[in-house]
Design a binder for this molecule. Structure first.
Ligand SMILES: [Zn+2]
Length: 120
């Protein structure tokens, strides 16, 4: 780690390498690239597990339920209309937020040297 490393939050949100902040972190939608194309960082350590999904479930769940409740208090809609509105919104938000959240988790994992525990 050097002082010139990018912020793990900014590098993660932009889905960039946690060491140089330039190379792409993902090859495809959520598949982590084997190495950084710029600084050659081996990204084999990257394993965010279920962390990003848990954060997104809480954030998107709270947001969509709040928006649905506000909408419901303002206008009377048939439940199927609510479903037609909020189901695609939920899906789009979850799919849009997964890569940046996974990027942040991997960048924080790199910054703090987090790795799988080993028996003593
Ligand atoms: Zn890099």
């Amino acid at each position: 780690m050097t002082g010139s490393e990018p912020s793990p939050i900014l590098a993660g949100l932009s889905c960039r390498c946690p060491r140089c902040g330039q190379g792409r972190l993902f090859r495809g939608y959520l598949k982590v690239a084997p190495r950084c194309e710029r600084c050659d960082l081996d990204l084999a350590f990257a394993d965010s597990g279920d962390g990003p999904a848990i954060f997104i479930i809480f954030i998107v769940g709270f947001l969509v339920v709040a928006l649905a409740a506000i909408t419901s208090s303002l206008v009377s809609l048939h439940p199927l209309v609510h479903l037609a509105i909020w189901l695609p919104v939920t899906l789009a938000l979850c799919l849009a937020l997964l890569p940046p959240f996974k990027g942040v988790m991997i960048a924080l994992q790199y910054r703090h040297g987090a790795e799988e525990g080993r028996p003593l």
